[in-house]
Design a protein around this ligand. Structure first.
Ligand SMILES: C[S@@+](CC[C@H](N)C(=O)[O-])C[C@H]1O[C@@H](n2cnc3c(N)ncnc32)[C@H](O)[C@@H]1O
Length: 265
């Protein structure tokens, strides 16, 4: 066991410290996490028992919003900060509506590439790349991405539960780069952690990411809404994740994340 974890460390996975992708994987009931990830994830649960439910509700939002885009005719998706594979991935949600939809998954954690390859072994419409939301200009020109994405056609760009891992300037630069690069009719899908639903518990929850490389920045509804400046914000606007077009009582009740979708005119 010790040897295999050392081997993994040689691939850059840094199993001796928590990583956001693996903390989130733990909340979603996944197995791709290590003791420091589990300790951090359990800290959050100790501070707010509904955090795993918030992660599941964020995944349900992903599926609703992707399906909406596919029904609107979108056939190409770029998911930045994609996370580890988990049931109901973007390509699975999109392919229910449009089996020919193409999906590029991007994450800056190498574990996502390692595990994503297995997921995609026989899927010619989908690929996984290592890349950073702070370098979208370089990422969007990469041949592997351009093999599946034509920026002259509408595209849906997903920045779900990832902008809170970068600073204010970096987050704004990322959304502005997307807006300037994509064709009219494209969509920007956002979700973002917030303190506004449970301000009294937020400070303790934030400590979950203290030992990660990025930390986390909780932001308010007004700030998240500004990320959609210049986009036609889709109904119901920026709201808590389970309130974004719920399809039934199963959408849940957590108040840890905002969701919003914009369409480029
Ligand atoms: C909480 S997970 C969200 C996964 C998925 N987007 C979802 O909403 O279900 C955040 C992901 O963002 C990735 N991430 C963090 N900082 C990033 C960055 N600067 N560039 C790209 N990905 C990043 C993490 O590795 C992690 O996999």
């Amino acid at each position: 066991m010790q040897q295999s974890e050392n081997e993994r460390d040689m691939t850059g996975l840094q199993t001796d410290r928590p990583h956001p992708a693996r903390i989130y994987d733990y909340w979603l009931g996944g197995k791709d996490n290590f003791p420091p990830d589990r300790a951090a994830a359990e800290h959050a649960i100790g501070a707010a028992a509904d955090i795993p439910a918030a992660a599941r509700e964020n995944r349900a939002f992903l599926r609703r919003a992707v399906r909406m885009c596919a029904q609107a005719g979108i056939r190409q998706f770029v998911d930045v900060g994609a996370g580890l594979p988990s049931p109901g991935n973007v390509h699975e949600a999109a392919h229910v509506v449009a089996p020919d939809a193409r999906v590029v998954y991007v994450d800056n954690d190498p574990i996502v590439l390692t595990h994503g390859r297995a997921l995609l072994a026989d899927n010619r419409t989908t690929t996984v790349l290592t890349g950073d939301i702070r370098e979208l200009d370089e990422l969007f020109e990469r041949p592997e991405l351009r093999a599946l994405v034509d920026f002259d056609q509408p595209v849906a760009v997903l920045l779900l539960a990832v902008l809170h891992f970068v600073g204010d300037e970096e987050a704004r630069a990322a959304v502005e780069h997307v807006r300037s690069r994509v064709a009219p009719g494209s969509y920007l899908l956002l979700s973002h952690s917030t303190h506004e639903g449970s301000p009294e518990r937020a400070a303790e929850v934030v400590k979950t990411w203290d030992n990660t490389a990025s930390g986390i920045r909780l932001r308010g509804r007004a700030e998240v809404t500004r990320y959609l400046d210049g986009w036609e914000i889709q109904e119901p606007g920026v709201d808590f994740v389970p309130l974004w077009r719920p399809e039934g009582p199963t959408e849940g009740t957590t108040r840890w994340m905002y969701a919003g979708v914009g369409r480029k005119l």
